[in-house]
Design a protein around this ligand. Structure first.
Ligand code: SF4
Length: 244
């Protein structure tokens, strides 16, 4: 269990204003100085997350890194995890759902993602993340305002209630909010950071195999997720709770 948060909501709002135009390094350094290893970077190896990790490693900010392995990731994503660990010289903790795909199929039938993707995401992403967040004070994300309409108002630092029932809260730290897609990919190319080869085949926001398609130019980065459903978020930024 992580230590109780010492920051009041008003202080967090003030910090969000102060850090609004700060560099990722300044924001990550603040997170580490404030919370130590009770702050961690959560990544699904999208471009912005990779850039955030690079800023941390390059500047000697030893934030732990974790990812959620839903058992349904692309082979390219799993291989990327290994390449990223080698490139940065760090170990990335892989968090797994409590139930296997076989158990899920036995309980809910085959290919739940085709019938009820919210329920599938809750079990394979939201609950594992919720469990992880209970051990932290701050969760660093690669969320960007330009990714979609839904994310356009993301603040650099937010107070996030991830379990409304138990009133459990965490600080969300979003050091990449202002970065454009172009800036992210210029940075990745400049520094030779490994990235998902699916990106070169038109995939922009890359999640699970059954729920991710390439996008065409002019579409939101997240338009290739959950085709055929009125769903653009897996729920880790929405189902858990709310920003306060
Ligand atoms: S993205 Fe698709 S396959 Fe992955 S957890 Fe969500 S519904 Fe299931």
């Amino acid at each position: 269990m992580a230590p109780v948060l010492s920051l009041a909501p008003s202080e967090i709002h003030a910090l969000a204003t102060d850090f609004d135009r700060a560099s990722p390094t300044e924001i990550l350094r603040w997170a580490y100085e404030e919370f130590g290893t009770n702050a961690a970077i959560g990544t699904s190896f999208q471009g912005a997350g990779l850039v955030a990790i690079h800023h941390a490693v390059q500047n000697g900010i030893p934030l732990p890194v974790f990812t959620i392995d839903t058992d349904l990731l692309f082979d390219e994503t799993l291989e990327l995890k290994t390449r990223v660990e080698t490139f940065f010289g760090l170990q990335i903790e892989a968090i797994s759902p409590e139930i296997s795909l076989q158990q899920q199929e036995a309980e809910f039938g085959p290919q739940l993602w085709k019938r009820n993707p919210d329920l599938c995401c809750i079990q394979r992403k939201v609950w594992p993340l919720q469990k992880k967040l209970r051990s932290l004070n701050a969760w660093v994300t690669g969320v960007r305002r330009g990714e979609s309409e839904h994310r356009s108002n993301v603040q650099v630092i937010e107070l996030y209630e991830f379990d409304r029932l138990l009133e459990q809260r965490i600080i969300k730290v979003n050091p990449m909010t202002h970065w454009s897609r172009e800036a992210i990919w210029n940075y990745i190319r400049k520094h030779g950071i490994p990235y998902n080869p699916l990106t070169d085949r038109g995939y922009r926001s890359i999640g699970c195999r059954p729920c991710t398609r390439p996008v065409t130019s002019g579409e939101d980065d997240r338009a290739g997720r959950w085709i055929g459903f009125d769903k653009t978020e897996c729920g880790i930024h929405t189902f858990l709770g709310e920003n306060i």
